[in-house]
Design a protein around this ligand. Structure first.
Ligand code: CO
Length: 298
């Protein structure tokens, strides 16, 4: 009984495979076979701060130089940012889902989606789910590949640490601290912040990574600075753009900004309002992730 059932199943599966193969050849025979049309979709969290757009423009220019033959489109993962831009600036930026749907309609067959996030957190994992759901849709893209965010592998950590250290203002003395403001998240991906701290500590013991919404906190960083008797600190965003968090939470005049809290602790603060995406040595890491993603095109 069992064997007969198995045999029956085999026949059904075999028929199905034959049927889909035939259907495939019928479709292919309907006109000439579809030539591949490749596209790149760059996906950032987004920003409503117009001065911070320099970072976005820099990535755009660098990716265009690296892939002059490929059409490049943009999407922002933050609905709040997109809606605010539309309402206040009349600027309409697609969500990843809308951008992919448009690319599908516009006949792209292979799309590389590059995450411009810093860590593989909620925004990145959400993007992966959205992108995957577009692969293999009827009359849609045949392949959708996804490039890792900035920090994915140990090699990325080491490379980004070297790049950030090279971007610290040259006038900083070794006994002065560099305090990096990461975003931080409740997502398990938050571990990338204490993770990269390890690689910074090995290269420069006075570099500290804090986060706005995760661990380590500003309190954690402030305690380290106190323990070392640090008198001066350069504050730099560990975020792609120097947007709202960098300008207000990090360097703003409010009492609870990082600058105010550390200044009250007797530390002279020098904020550097430049997102990581404004530095070509960091953008190069994202571009290499995009190259690896595109290498998966079959
Ligand atoms: Co935020």
């Amino acid at each position: 009984m069992q064997t007969r059932f198995c045999f029956l199943m085999f026949i059904i599966v075999a028929m199905f495979v034959l049927l889909s193969a035939t259907a495939g050849s019928v479709l292919a025979g309907h006109g000439s076979p579809r030539a591949d049309k490749d596209g790149i979709l760059l996906v950032a969290f987004g920003t409503t701060v117009s001065e911070a757009e320099k970072a976005i423009e820099n990535i755009d220019a660098e990716v265009r130089t690296a892939f002059p033959e490929t059409e490049i489109r943009w999407a922002y993962t933050s609905n709040i940012v997109r809606h605010k831009l539309a309402k206040e600036a009349g600027k309409h930026i697609d969500s990843p889902a809308r951008a992919l749907a448009r690319m599908m309609d516009d006949g792209f067959t292979r799309v590389a989606v590059q995450s411009l996030h810093t860590i593989p957190g909620e925004e990145y994992h959400g993007l992966v789910r959205t992108a995957r759901s577009f692969a293999g849709m009827p009359k849609g893209m045949t392949q959708v590949v996804i490039g890792y965010p900035l920090l994915a592998s140990t090699a990325d950590m080491e490379r980004v640490v070297d790049a950030v250290l090279a971007n610290v203002p040259a006038e900083r003395d070794k006994d002065e601290a560099v305090v990096l403001m990461g975003h931080g998240t409740h997502h398990p991906g938050n571990i990338y912040y204490p993770g990269i701290q390890y690689f910074f500590s090995r290269k420069d013991p006075n570099v500290f990574v804090g986060t706005v919404e995760g661990t380590p906190s500003l309190d954690d960083v402030a305690a380290e600075l106190r323990a070392r008797g640090i008198r001066k600190a350069y504050l730099m965003p560990l975020m792609s753009v120097a947007g709202d968090h960098a300008r207000n939470d990090m360097a703003g005049p409010e009492e609870d900004s990082w600058k105010s809290v550390l200044t009250k602790q007797g530390i002279t603060c020098v904020p550097v309002l430049k997102g990581t995406a404004e530095y070509d040595n960091i953008v190069a890491v994202w571009i290499d992730h995009l190259k690896s993603a595109m290498a998966q095109f079959e």
